[in-house]
Ligand binder design. Structure first.
Ligand SMILES: Nc1ncnc2c1ncn2[C@@H]1O[C@H](COP(=O)(O)OP(=O)(O)OP(=O)(O)O)[C@@H](O)[C@H]1O
Length: 266
């Protein structure tokens, strides 16, 4: 079952003397919606995501998932990182089943883990060790581990950034298909504007120092959103312009789209 995410009046300082890393962040993501978050390096995207995941408590403000205040990590709002942290001494089916064990599942967990590996295209590798898989396959295992616990919300922190273009594209499509099928609410941090257009029904552009939401853009492209399809380049240009405006709020300069593009890819 999908669930909404509500961030209210969130401000964060990593220590009392420091300037706030995040300030006055307000955000609502509807149940079943997908949101991509972009912004200049260091603007606080990961910090915000970690707070939604309950890994870091905000200095002030609240995060709620459904009607429940987030105070700790929970399998119902699961986070997946850029690098798959898999146990090399366990087979991949046991790595995935471990997520279910932490979530309190019973003896059927190995069967459920195998079914989820099948769903992400690794049904014939269940007994392999993580180190025998490619980076893309390892990310598929991590994805299966995040999804097998049937989360209402999935939080992705640049999960595909280390992958080649084709593997990344396959995994983007896989994630979109699974979240649509299961009605999961998705929030994904990315550096890649193409990826933001592909993944997000809406795209939040953040500014930095302090980090806050600069703009929220509705993605007008209907899925499947793929580079080269009509409307994709226009949506990306709109996003790039918003990214440039978010930077200008910081520096007072007026960056050209090329300068903004360099910053995005830095
Ligand atoms: N545990 C921490 N203690 C102190 N400062 C931190 C901590 N974690 C992050 N920061 C600082 O908070 C700011 C935001 O970091 P964060 O990683 O959230 O940004 P980001 O937008 O995700 O960056 P990037 O795109 O480069 O990954 C940075 O200035 C970072 O140095």
């Amino acid at each position: 079952m999908s669930t909404s995410v509500h961030v209210a009046e969130l401000t964060h300082r990593f220590n009392k003397q420091a300037e706030p890393v995040l300030s006055d962040v307000n955000l609502r993501v509807d149940a079943g919606e997908t949101l991509a978050i972009v912004g200049e390096s260091g603007c606080g995207k990961s910090t915000l995501l970690h707070m939604i995941a309950g890994m870091v408590m905000p200095s002030t403000g609240t995060v709620s998932i459904g009607n429940e205040p987030v105070r700790a990590p929970n399998p119902r709002w699961n986070i997946m990182f850029q690098r798959a942290a898999l146990y090399p001494w366990l087979s991949i089916v046991d790595n995935v089943a471990l997520g279910l064990e932490f979530a309190g599942a019973g003896r059927e967990r190995r069967h459920r883990a195998a079914a989820m590996l099948e769903r992400v295209g690794l049904g014939d590798r269940v007994d392999a060790r993580p180190q025998d898989l490619s980076g893309g396959q390892q990310q598929r295992v991590a994805l299966a581990r995040s999804l097998v616990v049937s989360p209402s919300v999935i939080l992705l922190d640049e999960p595909f950034s280390a992958l080649d273009t084709f593997t990344r594209s396959d995994l983007q499509a896989e994630v979109l298909s699974i979240v649509a099928e299961q009605g999961i609410t998705l929030i994904q941090v990315t550096h890649d504007l193409d990826e933001a257009v592909i993944m997000g029904d809406r795209i939040a552009v953040m500014e930095r120092a302090p980090g806050r939401i600069h703009s929220l853009i509705d993605n007008r492209m209907p899925p499947p959103r793929q580079p080269g399809r009509p409307g994709f380049a226009g949506m990306r240009d709109e996003l790039l312009a918003a990214f440039g405006r978010a930077r200008r709020n910081l520096s007072g300069a007026d960056p050209s789209p090329v300068a903004a593009s360099v910053a995005v890819n830095a």
